[in-house]
Design a protein around this ligand. Sequence first.
Ligand code: FMN
Length: 297
Amino acid sequence: MKKVLVISYSQTGQLDQLVKSITAPLMLDERIELKYEPIKPVKKYPYPWDVPSLMDAFAQTVGLVSDAINKPKDKDECDLVILAFNVWFLSPPPCISAFLKSDYAKEKLKNKPVITVLRSSNMWLRAYQKVQKFLGDLGAKPKNCIVFNEQKNLCLASVSKLRRLLTGKEEAFWGIFPDSKLSKKDISDASRYGWDIGEVLINDEEKQDKPLLDADTYKLKESLLISERFTDKCFRVYGAFVRSFGKAGSLQRKILAFVSVLVLPVMSALSVAFGLVFYFILKKFDSKKMEKLKEGF
Ligand SMILES: Cc1cc2nc3c(=O)[nH]c(=O)nc-3n(C[C@H](O)[C@H](O)[C@H](O)COP(=O)(O)O)c2cc1C
């Protein structure tokens, strides 16, 4: 009997639908046992979000500051770990950072093959790199990363996402902004990874020192490589600035939040634009450096 431990965090349940679709074929196989350990923050994040809470979450997230979480309970040995999360501000959510820093993760993930599942609207590379680093530090064996990247227009999709976060509304609006729903096709297509994972486990291939899945599990958008770095750097500097005003929830941070909610979109737009200009210059004049940047993906 093979045992798969699924660790995930989904706030409103969108990611859960993808995880369910991936794991459905594994549930059908009686040679595989599945254990779900949803990560639960002790203090639930609000939904829809209010501006101060969202900006507190921003500062915590980009600083990889841990939020308190309920301890996962599963104690048994497992053969494979599936770690699923959404990208928040180019990083894993604070409760996933907390899990990856926990003693439980140290014990459970050491020497274990890990498949990462992540979802984002466009920019996921930095979040992926940060989690790879955590997994490396834990002595885990990171295998494939399955990325559900919505590939919608970056600027328009960001406006739709922000609107969804602050109002809970998901549908397209004003004729130009796309919806923020998870597509039915993405959900149903996700099960193909589950069939492949099942086959790998039954053939004992998870023990081998190679990626578990042959299928392409993500598309690298190289034009965003530099933009993500720039944006992440700006986010981290601005996040540290916000945290210097006091603890999450403090009055100073609440006041600053209303400035941040205007600063962040402008900062993101500028750093993405600068990144794109740099990308085209580098691609034209220093293609070797560009290739180096792509290493590791
Ligand atoms: C605080 C916060 C920050 C987010 N930042 C991003 C982001 O930078 N990029 C992105 O594509 N989605 C972002 N999202 C949207 C999530 O990735 C995800 O689509 C949303 O939380 C719904 O998924 P869930 O129901 O599984 O939690 C963010 C969501 C939250 C709550």
